[in-house]
Unconditional design. Structure first.
Length: 131
């Protein structure tokens, strides 16, 4: 990802969060409010069409949201209603940017961990089977 594109996405997330920050209360807040603040994560852009998707966590309830050009108005894609402890990860757009795939629940391995596991398995299999 180019530096210019990186700053573009930072600007986009700031623009989406701006109205929420402007409407924030000026009164003191509680620790419960701090700990339950909604937050986005796992931003992923489509390779075509300029669409973006992210996981939005509001009080532990995780859902996927998308925004499309030209107005980039956020829209929910999933509608999970309770904090069931299930993570949403590995978001990816299909090549035509018409659908999103993701993993929900279970143990999710990062790419670096997957590469290490594959390398260990490859080495073990080459010793066993002579590959």
């Amino acid at each position: 990802m180019s530096v210019r594109r990186f700053w573009h996405w930072i600007w986009l997330l700031s623009a989406l969060a701006g109205p929420a920050l402007a409407a924030a209360q000026q009164t003191p807040f509680t620790i419960d409010q701090v700990m339950s603040a909604p937050f986005p994560s796992d931003l992923v852009a489509s390779t075509t069409g300029g669409k973006v998707a992210w996981v939005f966590d509001a009080r532990g309830v995780r859902n996927i949201w998308v925004a499309s050009p030209p107005d980039y108005k956020p829209q929910p894609v999933t509608s999970y209603a309770e904090d069931d402890g299930q993570e949403i990860d590995e978001l990816a757009w299909t090549p035509d940017a018409r659908a999103i795939v993701y993993a929900r629940g279970g143990v999710i391995l990062r790419r670096s961990a997957k590469r290490r596991i594959r390398a260990v398995l490859r080495k073990a299999l080459s010793r066993i089977f002579g590959w």
